[in-house]
Design a binder for this molecule. Structure first.
Ligand code: ZN
Length: 95
């Protein structure tokens, strides 16, 4: 009886540490990527690895959008080039 209680307490503590681990990892990743760490801490507590995956997907999307916003079409070959570009990296002509 007592050992069963100890075992279930151990399971609860393990699950708690597991959740805290993912919460902490999410909070650290969120802080590093400029997002709200406390929000992502709770997301990590609840969803563990899935919250980390969601955070990484959001981050990749945000970076892709930022990169796309800095592009314009080359007037000669229509390939996407940086706004500040003086020479097209695709066709090599002045823009
Ligand atoms: Zn070009």
């Amino acid at each position: 009886m007592a050992s069963a209680a100890v075992a279930s307490a151990g399971v609860v503590i393990s699950l708690g540490l597991w959740s805290l681990f993912w919460g902490g990892l999410c909070a650290a990743l969120a802080a590093w990527r400029g997002r709200d760490p406390s929000l992502w801490f709770f997301a990590g507590l609840l969803f563990s690895l899935f919250a980390v995956i969601a955070l990484l997907i959001l981050d990749v999307n945000a970076r892709r959008e930022a990169a796309a916003a800095d592009r314009r079409a080359c007037p000669h070959c229509a390939e996407p080039i940086r706004h500040a570009a003086k020479v097209c990296r695709y066709c090599g002509r002045d823009v």
